[in-house]
Structure formats: structure tokens, C-alpha cells
Design a protein around this ligand. Structure first.
Ligand SMILES: C[S@@+](CC[C@H](N)C(=O)[O-])C[C@H]1O[C@@H](n2cnc3c(N)ncnc32)[C@H](O)[C@@H]1O
Length: 180
């Protein structure tokens, strides 16, 4: 039983069904990036399956228990400084409940050939449900489709209201970079 399993039992939330669904399509054993990871609920899912995982957050304490099993990078992604992952590429780039538009381009570029972008966050309309409500944190209709257009092939896309895990309007995409 890994320490990450124990940590989850102690109160971390479950992975998003969207990430769980598309995680099955990620190349086995290949590297995964959990960006703005928080408690690392998604990276933990991939660690459990034997993927090397890189966790990035401005506060990495939520995954401190994984220091001996994963790469942890504590960095503020919103300073306008260089993209902290350079030219590294990942078989899955997972982003959930986080949006900072200036780095969207880097996020898409970080997907390796054959790899997947799995992205899910709040969208316009969520204002009526609570937080986040500010436009800078809410995706516009079709915005993730636009972000990957001409770069990745869309495998799945949704935008709409969900009751779970809490009432909100969300947009989600799974998109793949073609093999060279
Ligand atoms: C709502 S939480 C989502 C965590 C995780 N992705 C999930 O869905 O469980 C947003 C995360 O973004 C991180 N974050 C916010 N601003 C950031 C920044 N400027 N640089 C890096 N991480 C940031 C927060 O620390 C937090 O862990």
C-alpha cells in the first residue's frame, strides 16, 4: 500500500471522471504532468499505474508525501517568467480546476507525439453557481477547442452544467498529438 493511497484515504478528493476516463488511453509507463496539481488527485492516479509523474504547483505541500516517488516542482506559473518545463514533453498533460490563459500555449506544446491533453475547468455560466466567477478563471464557449486547433486532434469535448462534484458549468477536452 503506497503512501499516496494512504494520503487519499485521509481526505483527498477523488479523481475527476473525465480524467479517469481518458487516463486509460495514455501510453503505459510514460511520463505524466499534473499541472497546478493541488493535492495531486490526478497525478496520484497515474503514479498508482506506474507512470513517472511530475507535479507542479505554486504550493507543492499537497503532494509533499510523494517526494520520494515523483518529481515535485514548486513554481508560480503566473509571473510571466519562463515556462518552467522548458522543452519537456509528456504522454499526458493533466490540468483541472485551473486557468491562466498566458500559459495555454505552453500547456499544449508540452504534449508529446501520441500524447494526450486532458483538461477540465470552469466555464462561462459558472458565475450563476458560485466560484470561480471572474472571467479570467472561466473558459469561453469553445475556448479549449480553439487552443488545440491545428495542433492536437480532439477525442472528446464537453461544455455544460454538472451537479457533481458540486453544481457548476465546466468545459473539458481530451486531445491527442499525432505521431510524427
Ligand atoms: C482549485 S485547485 C485545483 C487543484 C487540482 N488541479 C485539482 O483539480 O484537484 C488550483 C490549484 O492551482 C494552484 N495555483 C494557483 N495559482 C497558481 C500559480 N500562480 N502557479 C502555480 N499554481 C497555482 C493552486 O495552488 C491550487 O493547487
Amino acid at each position: 500500500m503506497g503512501t499516496h493511497w494512504t494520503a487519499r484515504r485521509e481526505g483527498f478528493r477523488d479523481p475527476s471522471p473525465w480524467v479517469q476516463r481518458w487516463s486509460a488511453s495514455v501510453l503505459p509507463q510514460a511520463p505524466v504532468l499534473d499541472l497546478a496539481c493541488g493535492s495531486g488527485r490526478h497525478g496520484r492516479l497515474f503514479l498508482d499505474r506506474g507512470h513517472p509523474v511530475t507535479f507542479v504547483d505554486k504550493d507543492i505541500s499537497g503532494v509533499a508525501d510523494l517526494a520520494d516517488q515523483a518529481e515535485l516542482i514548486e513554481v508560480d506559473l503566473e509571473t510571466g517568467g519562463p515556462w518552467p518545463l522548458g522543452t519537456r514533453r509528456f504522454a499526458a498533460v493533466v490540468v483541472t480546476c485551473y486557468l491562466h490563459r498566458p500559459i495555454l500555449e505552453h500547456i499544449v506544446a508540452a504534449v508529446a507525439p501520441g500524447g494526450l491533453l486532458i483538461y477540465e475547468t470552469f466555464a462561462r455560466g459558472n458565475e450563476a453557481c458560485g466560484h470561480p466567477a471572474r472571467p479570467e478563471y472561466l473558459l469561453e464557449e469553445g475556448e479549449l477547442l480553439e487552443a488545440v486547433r491545428g495542433r492536437l486532434t480532439v477525442l472528446g469535448y464537453e461544455h455544460g452544467y454538472d451537479d457533481e462534484p458540486k453544481p457548476g458549468v465546466r468545459q473539458r477536452i481530451a486531445a491527442q498529438r499525432s505521431q510524427p
